[in-house]
Design a protein around this ligand. Sequence first.
Ligand code: NAD
Length: 498
Amino acid sequence: MVTAALDRIDVINPATGALLAQVATTPAEEVIECVARARRVQPAWRSTSWSDRKAVLRTIWRRLAAEGDDWAVAIRDEIGKPASEALAGDVIPTLDAARWTVRHGGGALASERLGAGHQRLLQIPTARLTHEPVGVIGMIGTWNYPLFLNATPILQALAAGNAVVWKPSELASWTGQRLQRCLEESGVPTGLVQAVYGGADVGRALVAAGIDKGFFTGGVENGRRVLAALGERGVPAVAELSGFDPALVLPDAPREAMIPTLAWASFLGAGQTCVAIKRVYVVGDPRPWAEDLGSVARSLRVGNPAESPVDMGPLISESARNRFDHQIQSARAQGAQLIEGGAAVPGPGWFYRPTVLLAEGPEAEKTLAGAFGPVVIVRGVPNPAAAIEAANSSVYALGASVWAKDRRLARDVAAQLQAGMVTINEAVTPTMHASAPFGGTRASGFGRTHGVWGLREFTYPRVTYERRPGGFRPQVFPYGVQPVEQALRLYRWLFHRP
Ligand code: NAD
């Protein structure tokens, strides 16, 4: 999809280049008004009971479930992935996450009485911890999982009592409009969730519009720009940024059994998945692994998913494909050997052959870092310690996987990986877990989405202390020697007896 004019977005099917729709961009002054409107309606929503909020969330969940097939087709047409993949990787995880929020949100947000502390008896009264909504959340989204990555945090923000103003990616404005419509028609109070449309300019306007917390999903470079702008305003944020995930293949890993999963985890969504495997470190000889991955890559059917059954659709845009190709050619210039792919597919649509590279040293990986397309680079390392060092050498630290028969060794290696999500003999799918926190560390971002951790990102903890009127309190004016000494004596007697 490309932006053809400042006042509208042309929604282009990346598999054909055909115009699907046009979406009006939101002027900056309207973005400010959206945030102001959200601020006006949020107090009423925050004071609703959990069961009222739950009823709205349940309606959204049911509607998404009823429209699952239509969603898969819409995602196929706007993003270019096969409808079956959109259903399995986008629609179903969204339903799971929504169901988790409906079922467990109330418990996760319930207030807690804080446990007794020693000092309470003398100085600190009882306390209650409540999870308070932050206010107006400004969400800036990406396009690769346009339902899952937007609907999940929006529902969690609502569950926690917030208002949301969100900007779908300019590359997913059409499905963005669809999600906004679904929310409005499912009983979300008017103005509580509003979508604004456009590219970086509209994102910048949202960041500056007086939001209380940012939630950004996207690339590291833009993420850091957004974080800097929020930081200047003292606004906190969740940052879900790029990955460059390593897979560590230990010596006993059964190649034949593992190659299909490794290949799938590398090429799903045409490699445009933040937790797709991009680097494979083989302890031992890497060539057979690279060649087997190359065979799978060669066998993949690449094409328009609306026309015939295919395994892989296009990249999202022409400029994304050009950028990706440039990284592949640079990696080759750095000495990576091309095993398979390495070229765009001519014709309408922005297709690229699934690509396997074999490298001898780390140089090519540096050029490839953050590449968002169908590529996997394979390298041999002498032992598990070297594999761990190679995996941790990247600034990206989103997901990582370990592949081995010896599960004790695999766990030992997994424990030494720096990443938000580590999988053993698996990849990608587990990260859709509805209650497990999703997110990275280091350059891949901070904060979490999904489950209790994700829900509480949209709250701040407030502690309310309460004492009985006139309850015993030793530290009051005027300071006299006697009461203080008495209090100290009592304290020593209670807690510091030999
Ligand atoms: P992007 O950074 O180009 O854009 C993300 C969003 O930011 C878009 O909505 C864009 O309009 C907006 N934006 C861009 N510049 C901005 C600015 N200066 N101020 C405000 N908003 C701005 O990323 P993308 O192409 O949408 O997504 C691809 C990247 O996202 C990949 O690197 C991928 O790894 C990453 N990603 C991460 C996750 C995760 O959960 N960690 C999930 C999906 C994708």
